[in-house]
Design a protein around this ligand. Structure first.
Ligand SMILES: Cc1ncc(COP(=O)(O)O)c(C=O)c1O
Length: 497
């Protein structure tokens, strides 16, 4: 084959690239999708919070691998018919389950821009990396961390907590532990958190190779805050037994009731005991943006590392977890690994070291920073802080309504934005009745709280995180709980009843 012929045969045919034959058609389709999603968010109140997935709809997503493509419009129709109506529901103001942020239209648009750029933020010299660095700087500023602190977007706080354990490990055992493993020295290492800490802290210890037994779960006081005296005693006891304490994980907002440990006391104890002080601030850490809540977090600025989620109280669309480490060098020591194919240069696209891949396990990374940058830039921290404070005020309103209603019982103090309560019933039926009420609420589409166990008893748990949640949503929750508790069946209730 002549060179000319070979060149001709390699010219892309329309069927050989993924670009559309008609950009106008895809533009029109794209505008339709954008309009539809803006309508979806704008009109979200008209929808149920959540609805069960019909078997026929689930079956639509059990089909064989498509060998031949189909029209984009057809795939989009399947999305609108089968996916969109059966989403989690956390965009809806009636969603109060677990700790889910509501997202925003701004974040949604930023996600589209990020997908268009298709940037890989593992490293290299391009502006998306500078956007992430800007958000790292802003996050440092939020927590009063020094300019030498480093930060990184990750999936969520589960990952950020795991990475913090790994940074604390390397800081304690030295860089060589990354080659040799934690070995006998590591087998003696112990970490500390409270009984109210999130389960991902235990998993982090397990995944990091210390084993979950190496995590001491210390008792809490009546407000679910770690008992600092008991912590001190446990550390002394472990040292006495020849163990090597290395890490304390404080909670800034426990998952069950939003308790904040005495972070200043933990910082002081860690300084005295020479332990790494990590704060799980999954949702609570961003309370620093609300002047009324910031004093509750006093001491967080002394942490060695903080894990937090912009996708919770920060209202950034999923996912946007973040790890902040006071000593950036320690952070790099835990993860950086040279590789010939990742050679750094002083100019060209391979410049701009250190790269984010030096700060975590991921090499390929998406542009999570953009939706966070847009959110911070568009709304500003004052407005985000005011929204955070308002979710707490709404929790206070829910608490007051519960206290004024003899058929309801408040199950735990309301520290921030989480309210645990239940419908009063005889002990032997109460857990089941309240679990049923939660499922009825979900299936009615009126509200979506979750449940948890408080002192061995099942509680309905409402975590008000969404910036759209309003007084009417709280009223609808209360009315529906009272109805379902009294045996009114779900289908007869409509949102707003
Ligand atoms: C206190 C706390 N820690 C950790 C997590 C886990 O965060 P993620 O779901 O982002 O991994 C959560 C989630 O709600 C949480 O509330």
């Amino acid at each position: 084959m002549t060179q000319q012929l070979r060149k001709e045969s390699l010219r892309p045919q329309p069927s050989e690239t993924l670009d559309p034959e008609s950009w106008d058609e895809i533009r029109a389709q794209g505008h339709r999708m954008l309009d539809d999603m803006i309508d979806y968010v704008a009109d979200i109140r008209a929808r149920p919070v959540w609805q069960p997935i019909p078997t026929s709809v689930r079956a639509e997503f059990r089909k064989a691998l498509p060998r031949q493509g189909s029209e984009l419009g057809e795939a989009y129709r399947e999305f609108t018919d089968f996916v969109l109506p059966y989403a989690t529901g956390n965009v809806h103001p009636g969603f109060m389950g677990w700790v889910h942020g509501g997202g925003s239209a701004v974040g949604m648009l930023a996600e589209m821009l990020a997908a268009g750029l298709n940037a890989n933020l593992g490293g290299r010299d391009h502006m998306p990396i500078e956007v992430e660095r800007q958000v790292v700087d802003w996050t440092r500023e939020m927590f009063g961390f020094p300019s030498t602190a480093s930060g990184l977007f990750v999936t969520g706080t589960s990952m950020a907590n795991l990475m913090a354990v790994l940074v604390a490990r390397t800081a304690t055992l030295g860089r060589l532990s990354r080659r040799h493993g934690i070995g006998n020295a590591g087998a003696l290492m112990t970490a500390y958190t409270s009984k109210a800490a999130h389960g991902c802290v235990t998993r982090a210890m397990d995944i990091a190779g210390f084993g979950s037994d190496a995590l001491r779960c210390i008792g809490v006081d009546g407000a679910h805050r770690i008992d600092v005296a008991a912590l001190r005693a446990q550390i002394a006891c472990d040292r006495e037994a020849g163990l090597r304490p290395f890490l304390v994980v404080g909670s800034a907002g426990t998952v069950d009731i939003g308790a904040i440990d005495d972070l200043a006391a933990l910082a002081q104890l860690c300084r005295e005991e020479e332990l790494w002080f990590h704060v799980d601030g999954a949702f609570g850490a961003l309370g620093v943006l609300a002047p009324s809540l910031a004093p509750l977090l006093a001491g967080i600025e002394q942490a060695d590392s903080i894990a937090l989620d912009f996708h919770k109280w920060g209202q950034v669309p999923y996912d946007a977890g973040f790890l902040l480490v006071r000593d950036g060098e320690r952070h790099r020591e835990a993860f950086a690994a040279p590789a010939a194919y990742l050679r750094r240069e002083t100019r060209g696209l391979a410049a701009n070291s250190p790269w984010p891949c030096d700060l975590g396990p991921d090499l390929s990374r998406g542009f999570r920073a953009l939706k966070t940058w847009f959110t911070l830039k568009t709304y500003g921290t004052e407005k985000l802080g005011a929204i955070i404070a308002r979710t707490c005020a709404l929790a206070g309103y829910l608490e007051a309504r519960i206290l004024a209603e003899p058929r309801l019982e408040l199950m735990a103090p309301v520290n921030l934005n989480i309210v645990c309560f239940r419908y009063r019933a005889a002990d032997h039926v109460s857990d089941q009745l309240n679990a049923d009420i939660v499922a009825d609420l979900h299936e009615s589409g009126i509200a979506a709280p979750s449940s948890t166990m408080i002192d061995g008893r099942l509680a309905i748990r409402a975590a008000i995180v969404n910036h759209r949640t309003d007084v009417e949503d709280i009223d609808a929750l209360i009315a529906a709980v009272l109805n379902f508790g009294a045996g009114v069946t779900a289908p007869s209730l409509q949102p707003g009843d």
